[in-house]
Design a protein around this ligand. Structure first.
Ligand code: NDP
Length: 283
């Protein structure tokens, strides 16, 4: 039976470390600040934004939520970003996705100043990750790396299989595992013989958005299984991309959903805001 990696506990420990560093920054005369912009009334987005605001407060950071109506134009949103780009109280800017359909997401994300791009979605930051010289790491993959480290799992030389190739999770996840000296394979919806590939993984990271897709027969004995998926069942319960019961029997380590990768994502947002503040106040 696998060891269950407790994301909640690791997130709490990491947040305590961040709060201590925020206190240190305050002693030096500045407070890290985050602005979160939400457009429209998507209920899930509202919950995420509330949680981010609350987490900032608990870490001792300054945070602002800018809630804009659904009918906000792209120009109006861009002018809010331009104002925040110049606001010295704000070290990090995050635009909650998804945006309403009439707004071009790429244009908006590219308008955030790279040194305030705490989601690390700007091409400058994705490029820096690619060449191994990042300022910020994308929150979810960075959270996975912290979980591996704090669980004592060494990536060096391991075959790491990432299922999913989105810009937000799969691709940066692959880059971070590579940077940690893993041997990385990336799978996607066109991958042939997926189960054969996943069965060869020492470390399997799954981010596809399909409930219980990876089953016990798709992993090898002793594999480390990280489930990034967050899917709502018909009964409203949250479930991952990995069928927990059958995989936990074979894995050496596994993350649950909820209580696994999820709590780490906001934690890494706090980390990036702290890093941005340190960059802005470098002597
Ligand atoms: P996307 O929908 O952007 O990407 C899904 C990826 O999975 C695509 O690359 C797609 O392949 C691949 N895929 C889909 N079906 C299959 C399949 N049958 N076999 C192999 N690959 C497949 O999703 P995200 O990356 O944004 O999110 C993935 C999951 O992670 C979601 O459940 C999301 O809710 C969750 N998530 C969780 C976070 C957290 O904090 N825990 C944060 C962000 C996301 P292709 O490219 O070929 O279409």
């Amino acid at each position: 039976m696998a060891v269950i990696i407790d994301g909640k506990k690791i997130a709490q420990e990491t947040r305590a470390e961040i709060a201590a560093q925020v206190a240190e920054q305050k002693n030096q005369g500045f407070t890290p600040g985050l602005a979160v912009i939400i457009v429209g009334e998507n209920p899930a987005s509202q919950v995420y934004v509330r949680n981010k605001h609350k987490a900032c407060g608990e870490a001792g950071m300054y945070s602002e939520v800018i809630a804009l109506p659904e009918a906000t134009t792209e120009e109006e949103l861009l002018s809010v970003i331009a104002r925040l780009n110049d606001d010295t109280k704000i070290d990090g800017i995050l635009v909650q996705l998804p945006l309403p359909k009439h707004i071009n997401e790429t244009q908006v994300l590219n308008a955030i100043r790279p040194d305030k791009d705490v989601d690390a979605f700007h091409p400058v930051n994705t490029g820096k990750i690619m060449i191994g010289n990042p300022d910020f790491l994308p929150c979810t993959p960075a959270g996975v790396m912290v979980m591996l480290k704090k669980s004592g799992i060494d990536v060096t030389g391991k075959h790491c299989v990432v299922v999913g190739r989105s810009n937000i999770v799969g691709k940066p996840m692959a880059m971070l595992l590579l940077a940690a000296n893993g041997t990385v394979t990336v799978c996607h919806s066109k991958t042939q013989n997926l189960a054969e590939v996943t069965r060869s993984a020492d470390i399997l990271v799954v981010a596809i958005g399909r409930a219980d897709f990876i089953t016990g027969d798709m992993i090898k004995e002793g594999a480390v299984v990280i489930d990034v998926g967050m899917n709502r069942r018909a009964d409203g319960k949250l479930t991952g991309d990995v069928e927990f019961a059958s995989c936990a029997e074979k894995a050496s380590y596994i993350t649950p959903v909820p209580g696994g990768v999820g709590p780490m994502t906001i934690t890494m947002l706090l980390q990036n805001t702290l890093t941005a503040a340190a960059l802005h106040h470098k002597q």
